[in-house]
Design a protein around this ligand. Structure first.
Ligand SMILES: Cc1cc2nc3c(=O)[nH]c(=O)nc-3n(C[C@H](O)[C@H](O)[C@H](O)COP(=O)(O)OP(=O)(O)OC[C@H]3O[C@@H](n4cnc5c(N)ncnc54)[C@H](O)[C@@H]3O)c2cc1C
Length: 512
């Protein structure tokens, strides 16, 4: 594989990574460890961090303990709390960027606008907001939760007050003493509500569906513990291993035996009962679906905040805005100064897919019109040498996404090794049969899971009701499935000598 080619008027690299969150930075570290230095990281923002740069709302923190929610190759003995806050996770990612000397590779303020596969030269032509380049391989690490989703609320454009999304918090806006409407009761909202309730004069919470909320056992990690982790690094690995093992054991209940989750609902009800004494409010806050169907939320401060006299829970979505009055679907009205949307992200309609044009001239979004699917969560048929990190069906309901990212990085490293072994100008294109066989297996396993049977509507599901978000197994199973590339699942494309058209080397088609 040529490291640099100057046939274009613009730059060519071996690998272009898109995004500098956990996945993009992890990919960059992995490339360097594989001895690959001919790569760039394209980032639309002005700094690294992804999720942990964009989400700076009051109370923002991870809901997986920090010793597990971090890279295995970059342990941090100094995590200050069991569930660290956004600023510490962001600082950690800045630190990783420096320690692994990634900055020279990163192009900030470079939003990828379009990526087009050139089937003659076997390379991706990439257009960014800061210029053009081409790459042999693209690693798309644009994040599953990076594009805020705002509901289309009639009259919102006439609202005279302040409006923002949880992932675009306006820190210049003073909430103290204001009347605030919070829309949504997901993972971000339940962190925001207790953080702003003591400040605002009135908080109106629009809740379409109540969440199951378990207590959050968060505490400061003592100086002695940190010193121990620094002096004896295996203690930090042991801690991580225990955190991982407990979560791994829980998976069966989510994927195979949702009936066993009933006792967890009792724990959640007790958590609510301790703080919420008003039976009418308790009724509003009690979910009617199996716990785990939507993400289980962790908070010891959410219910106490909702029980305060300056909070009103409206058990319906926001349906309309009339001037400065917000109106719920149940007819409840409240006059407010600000509306905060905790309404999540574009997940099942991965936004980058509209910007990627594959071998047949179709965008990935068009290819995925019937729902996202990718071989081992990474490769889509007709999009050679294009790999996504945290692609379809790689999400987790109960553990750290960093485990999944690192599994996909193993797959990426082997993919690049395979290209080297094949030699010359070469590309790998996932076979349609292999993609659908993988997807079929995933969807078959999905049928029994709590996400599909628990009786809820969640953001894990796409418009057709298919769960294209969650991995229906353990992280160990995913690690095994992504340990190496099975070449039988790919067609090998070679540039012909004349450079006119790539030849497809037909291996045996894999069976479903
Ligand atoms: C508030 C919040 C809390 C969370 N808490 C947890 C948790 O506790 N545990 C857990 O496992 N997961 C959690 N998650 C999920 C979290 O998103 C993942 O764990 C992880 O951070 C994803 O990393 P990523 O690199 O894939 O994506 P991101 O961190 O979203 O990074 C994607 C990057 O790509 C860039 N980008 C996007 N499009 C383009 C483009 N066209 N051109 C150039 N750059 C582009 C973005 O600017 C961004 O920097 C949380 C998510 C949110 C929103």
């Amino acid at each position: 594989m040529a490291e640099h080619e100057n046939e274009n008027e613009y730059e060519h690299v071996r690998v272009a990574v898109v995004g500098s969150g956990f996945a993009g930075l992890g990919a960059a570290v992995r490339l360097r460890r594989e001895g690959i230095t001919d790569f760039v990281v394209l980032e639309r923002a002005g700094s690294v961090g992804g999720t942990w740069r964009d989400n700076s709302y009051p109370g923002c923190a991870c809901d997986v303990p920090s010793h597990l929610y971090s890279f295995s190759f970059a342990p941090n003995p100094d995590w200050p709390r069991s569930f660290s806050g956004q600023e510490h996770i962001r600082a950690y990612l800045e630190h990783v960027t420096d320690v692994f000397e990634l900055r020279p590779h990163i192009r900030f303020d470079s939003e990828v606008k379009r990526m087009v596969w050139d089937g003659e030269r076997l390379r991706w032509e990439i257009e960014t907001s800061s210029g053009r380049l081409s790459a042999d391989v693209v690693v798309s690490a644009t994040g599953p939760l990076s594009e805020p989703k705002l509901p289309d609320v009639p009259g919102l454009d006439t609202f005279p007050g302040k409006v923002f999304h949880s992932a675009r918090w306006d820190h210049d806006y003073e909430l103290r003493g204001k009347r605030v409407a919070m829309v949504g009761t997901g993972a971000s909202a339940i962190q925001i509500v207790p953080s702003i309730q003591p400040l605002v004069s009135r908080l109106t919470l629009f809740q379409r569906t109540p969440a199951w909320v378990l207590p959050r056992v968060d505490r400061a990690i003592s100086g002695a513990e940190r010193a121990l982790h620094r002096a004896l690094p295996f203690t930090s690995r042991l801690r991580r291993g225990l955190l991982w093992g407990v979560r791994e054991l829980q998976v069966q209940a989510f994927t195979k035996h949702p009936g066993e989750l009933g006792f967890v609902e009792q724990l959640a009800k007790r958590n609510m009962g301790r703080a919420v004494k008003d039976p009418a409010l308790r009724a509003k806050l009690t979910p009617d679906y199996r716990i785990g169907c939507k993400r289980i939320l962790l908070s010891s401060t959410y219910y106490p905040a909702l029980a305060q006299p300056n909070v009103e829970v409206v058990a319906s979505g926001l349906s309309e805005v009339r001037g400065s009055t917000v109106v719920g679907a149940d007819g409840t009205e409240a006059e407010v100064d600000a509306i905060v949307f905790g309404t999540g992200f574009h997940v099942t309609d991965m936004p980058i897919a509209e910007r990627v044009v594959g071998a047949e001239g179709k965008t990935l979004a068009e290819t995925w019109a019937g729902g996202m699917q990718a071989l081992r969560g990474a490769s889509a048929a007709g999009f050679p040498n294009w790999m996504t990190i945290i692609g379809p069906n790689t999400g987790l309901g109960n553990s750290s996404m960093i485990l999944m990212i690192e599994s996909q990085l193993n797959y990426l490293a082997d993919y690049l090794r395979q290209l080297d072994v094949l030699g010359g100008r070469v590309a790998l294109d996932a076979r349609p049969g292999a993609v659908s066989a993988w997807n079929h297996r995933v969807q078959e396993r999905m049928k029994r899971t709590v996400w599909n049977t628990g009786g809820c509507t969640s953001w894990y599901m796409d418009a057709s009701g298919r769960n294209t978000t969650i991995w229906p197994g353990t992280t160990t199973e995913f690690r095994r499935a992504t340990r190496q590339v099975d070449l039988a699942e790919y067609a090998v494309l070679r540039a012909s000598a004349g450079g006119k058209e790539a030849a497809r080397q037909e291996n045996a088609e894999v069976t479903a």
